[in-house]
Each structure stands twice: as C-alpha cells, then as structure tokens.
Ligand binder design. Sequence first.
Ligand SMILES: [Zn+2]
Ligand SMILES: [Zn+2]
Length: 592
Amino acid sequence: MSYEQSHLYRLRHSAAHLMAQAVSELYAGAKLSIGPPIENGFYYDIDFPEPFKEDELVKVENRMRELANLKQPITRRVVANKEEARALILNGHKPEDEPYKLELLDAIPDGEEVSFYDQRAIDKQGKERSFVDLCRGPHVENTSEIKAFKLLSVAGAYWRGDVKNKQLTRIYGTAFETKDELEQYLHNLEEAKKRDHRVLGRELGLFMFSPRVGTGLPLWLPKGATLRHVMTDFLQKEQVKRGYEPVVTPHIGNIKLYEKSGHIQTYRDKMFPFMEDEEKETYILKPMNCPFHIEIYQAQMRSYRDLPVRYAEFGTVHRYEQSGEVTGILRARGFTQDDAHLFVTPGQLQEEFIGVVDLMQTVLKKLGLKDFRARVGTKDPGSDKYVGHDDNWTAATQAITDACDQMQMDYEVSPGDAAFYGPKLDLMIKDALGREWQMGTVQVDYNLPERFELEYVGEDSKPHRPVMIHRAPFGSLERMIALLTEQFAGAFPFWLAPTQIAVLPIADRHNEAAIALSDRLKDTTYDTRALRVEVDDRRESLNKKIRENQRMKVPYMLILGDKDLEAGTVGVRDREKGDLGAMTVESFLSNL
Ligand SMILES: [Zn+2]
Ligand SMILES: [Zn+2]
C-alpha cells in the first residue's frame, strides 16, 4: 500500500484541518488556503492579518489538543453545485475574506464533484465548535484519532508557489499513529539538526560561504580541502588500477559544442548566463564535462584494439540552481564531479558496466557506507526533455538491467529519472537516521556518440559507433562530503579525518618534544599517505585543549608531560573511548 493510501496519510491530512480549525478560532481574519499532508507530516498555508511568530505554535497546538479531545466526527459532504459550495465557503463572510478558497473552487472543472469535510461537536460549555473545509479528502473518522502530533516550524510560501502572488505563512507539523513513533521522529529531527553538514562544516572548518562570493559557491577551508585530497587520492589510485587515464579540461567552452551535445536545448535552465567575447563568440560555464572528453576521444583515429578508452577527471562544473533550492554543499551552484567517460564497443558494454558498479561498491565500502540500494532511472515516455531514438534508449536500458541481473543486484525502476541522453543506475544510500540520499551514478549512452558521430575502426576494418558510459562513484565530492559529515556527525573514520592525531604538550617546556613527536608521526605512512598531525601548543589549560580537539572530532590526542618525557611514553586519548592511558609511541602506532 502506498503512503497516499495509508491511514497515516489521512491522519496527517486531518491534523492539517484540525490546525486550521484551531487557527480560525484563535486568529480572527486569518484566511485559509491549502493544507495537504506531505512526506513527513503536513502543512497549512494561511494568510494572517498580523505576522505569525514561531513561539505562537504552542498556543495553536494546545487549542488543537482541546479540539481533538472534543471527539468531533469528521464527515464528508458533497454539494449539488458551485453556488451551494460558494455559500458554504462564505458562511456569511464577504468574498474578500475567503479569496483563496473561492479561487480553489473556481479551479474545479464544471461537472466535477465538489466535496467538503465537516467536523463539529458541542463543548463543555454547551457551545457548538465547528469547522468546514473545501476538500477532496479522504480523512479519518474522528478528531480523537489525532493523538500524536506536533507543530514544527513556520515558513513563508507564495500563494500557488508564484513569487508574483502574496506570501502566506506556512505552518509545518507532523502527526503519527502513536506517541512512540512521534517521539522517535522528533528525536531523529534533533539528531539531524546536530548533524546538519552546514553547521558541522563551519564548526569543523571544512568550508564556508560568503555573500560577496555568491549563493551556492563554497569556499573550501584547509581541513575540508584536505578531506577532498584524501578522497580524490583514494579514488584516483583505484582508477589507475582499473585502467582509467586522467584528463584535464577547461571551465568554459564554446557554446557550439554544447549545442551539438544537446545541453543548450535541454539543460539551459540549469546553466549560468552565457558570455560573449569581442569576436562575438559565445562561451558557457560548463555544466557537464562530457563534451570535452568526447573532443579528446575524437581527436584521433580509434581502433577496436584501443577500446575501452576510460577518461577520468575531477571536473568542476557549475549549475544554476534556484536560490531557494541551494542547500549548503549538498546542492551548490559550483561542485566537483568525480567524473569519467568510458568509450566502449557494444560487445564490451556489459563487462565495463559491471566493472564500474564494482568500483562504486568498492568506494562505498571504503567510505563505511553499507546500506545502499540500486535505482534504474528510465525515460519518462510523456516528456520531451530527452535526446535520441527510442531504440537507443531501449538498448541502453536493457544493458543496465542485464548487468544488474548478472550481478544479482536488486533494483527498482524509476521512470523519469534518466539523464537527458540516456538511462542510469543510481546508488541510493540510507544514512544513520534512515534518510535516503542519491549518490553515485552510472549512465549508458548511445545518443551523444551519435550526435558527435564518434567512431572506431572495427575488426572488419569498417567504422563502428562506440557506446559511452558516464559515471561518478561519489556523485560529486560536495555531495559525498555532505553525506559523510551527517552520517558520522563529523567524526570521520580515521583514514579520512583531516587531522588524525593532535599532540598536546601540557606546558611550554614540553613543546619541543611535542614537535619532535609530530615530525616522527608525519614520517609514518598510514593507508598509503603520511599521517596528518597537528601540535596544539597554544597557551591554554590541558582540559581546554582536550575539549577543543574533542569538539573538532580529532580521532586521537597524544598528551605529553613531565612523566611521559621521563618514561618515554605518551598519554593516549581516543575521541570515542576517552583516556587509554600511557603507552610508547611504538605501541600506539601498532594499535592503529
Ligand atoms: Zn483538506
Ligand atoms: Zn558525462
């Protein structure tokens, strides 16, 4: 049963109505518009006469509880025609008091059933309390079913989502079947807030944003840049093992290239404004790397013996996301894809595709992400945002599902989630709080090779057309770092941590020994890279230094004092287990 058909969905819809009833009682002149259930709760958009503040939510919530306890039966009522509906909406008010509901009524096609939901009861003082709302339903049967609910936040929302319209107040809430489920959800929300990569990114010194730079354009700080290096270094080594070759391409390119690829026709609304130079040539800031890699492929004659060709680039691209949709580095306007394009013969397609999925699985495992599932994004038959012939799409989709079957990998098909040039396989990752993220992607593409007339000389000495695979195991560095930050609440696994070890001299007289220890550690290789070590020689108390490094989620602190210098040991502190006692540097290193 889908969520839309579930009791929970009806319950949340009824909770939205209950909130609207409470608001109507509490705020004379508040005009209601729409109030649907949504993924994790519900909202209602309301036009308040005075600005509504978040601290008023408690008041509304209390009134909701009182109304729920009146055990109002919720009944459906179908009216005969729009006049009757109009009268019911106005209920003695003037049309200007109910502009939104009347507009909604007008939008209902003639001849279609118009229904209302009605909830009413007599309260202890003998007064009738009632609420009637134009609504398609369905709802639960009685307000007493709405037991576990909470109002969460307030936001602005334009009527009908149009910035030219009036901005209304959107009140978000949630409801669950049981109090336990509600508690669990609220707990997860709190956890998610603590793990928010935008907050942790700043606290841990990973990245920043500046209004002087621009919306959605991150500036990477030393710790974040280090994290990126560790990740790219790891992936690069894996790729070299698997026969990838590095390439580097520019940030801008002539628009003609992107006209040929089809980006301009299908991708324009996601692109930054174009640039024109003195010779009247138009350039664009690249939203994807593919056309450049295609140019490199095409620059020389290719024989079947040269294939597969695998070009990899950590390519920074820019996409013009709507400012309201920009979310930290999860959805930024500039980001770096761990991109690669494989040019293969049709006969090599399946094996190469499986090789790519294997690489993606290796990457996720290394990053400590085990809970993932596969989704095959196919073309939406009703949409015109795709390029290429149907048989190309069929062949590409078949190649993906065949490869999944051969790997015995379960997948789910999602129509409309394809790239504009071909279907794709996405790996969806569930994080520590059960939220799902779309990460690595691999796409099979017959269309760009056709548009660019790509060729290789086959065994029969005749020209043939290669197939392209586009892939990005991280998705992008930004997306993956956002996920990892929230997954680990900033406590990255040891191999990834920007600072792996902090050396803490207790007093100034231990600084020299601390620096010597740090130098020695930096000469030590861990996981193919030198250990990343910092000496915290600030003139602060040891406690403060420990607190600070703990807050920065440094995996190990090595503390150096008089006793240690005498005994030739260090005091080891683990960010999870706390004090591990004194040990020699050798035994610390062998325990790593
Ligand atoms: Zn409704
Ligand atoms: Zn591509």
